[in-house]
Design a protein. Structure first.
Length: 168
């Protein structure tokens, strides 16, 4: 089962490294930050860049959640943040875990989806991670080569910004 640890925005990488270094391997199967690939223009040329998909969250897989939580509380930097308050450490539902698995690869990176642009700025997803979520697209920004997908995540609607490539 996957668990989500809430952290400060911008601290995701450091938090994940801290968890990987200080939590015994028998308590944790993996620790990761889902990322997205998107196109960004630098000096007139389009380049692929990676960005964090869920800001403020670190994901971890564990079959021993109680021990994992106990070990997390021993990390001074996280103990203040997690404490005994609820809402900072909780399992993903099966549907939410499936979402993260479906849109990402084995490294938990969401690649670019190929789209066709139809009339009225509507898009048709030809292939890629958005294929099963085409009906959840709420905004299209062709200038930035991204779409916004609204999904249910951790009990509330969340907008995910996903990279796209336009095909003719």
């Amino acid at each position: 089962m996957w668990y989500v640890i809430q952290t400060l925005g911008g601290e995701e990488e450091r938090t994940a490294q801290l968890i990987q270094r200080q939590i015994p391997s028998y308590c944790i199967e993996e620790c990761f930050i889902p990322k997205r690939v998107r196109m960004k223009k630098f000096q007139g040329a389009w380049n692929q860049v990676e960005e964090i998909l869920f800001h403020g969250y670190v994901f971890a897989g564990s079959k021993r959640p109680e021990e994992f939580y106990r070990e997390l509380k021993r990390i001074p930097r996280l103990a203040r943040m997690l404490g005994r308050e609820e809402g900072y450490f909780f399992p993903l539902s099966e549907k939410e875990e499936q979402l993260v698995r479906c849109i990402g690869d084995e490294e938990h990176k969401t690649g670019l989806s190929e789209i066709e642009v139809l009339e009225g700025k509507r898009v048709r997803v030809v292939r890629g991670p958005l294929k099963d979520y085409a009906g959840d697209i709420v905004r299209v920004n062709l200038h930035k080569r991204e779409v916004v997908v609204r999904v249910e995540f951790m009990g509330k609607p969340v907008e995910l910004f996903m990279g796209v490539e336009m095909i003719c």
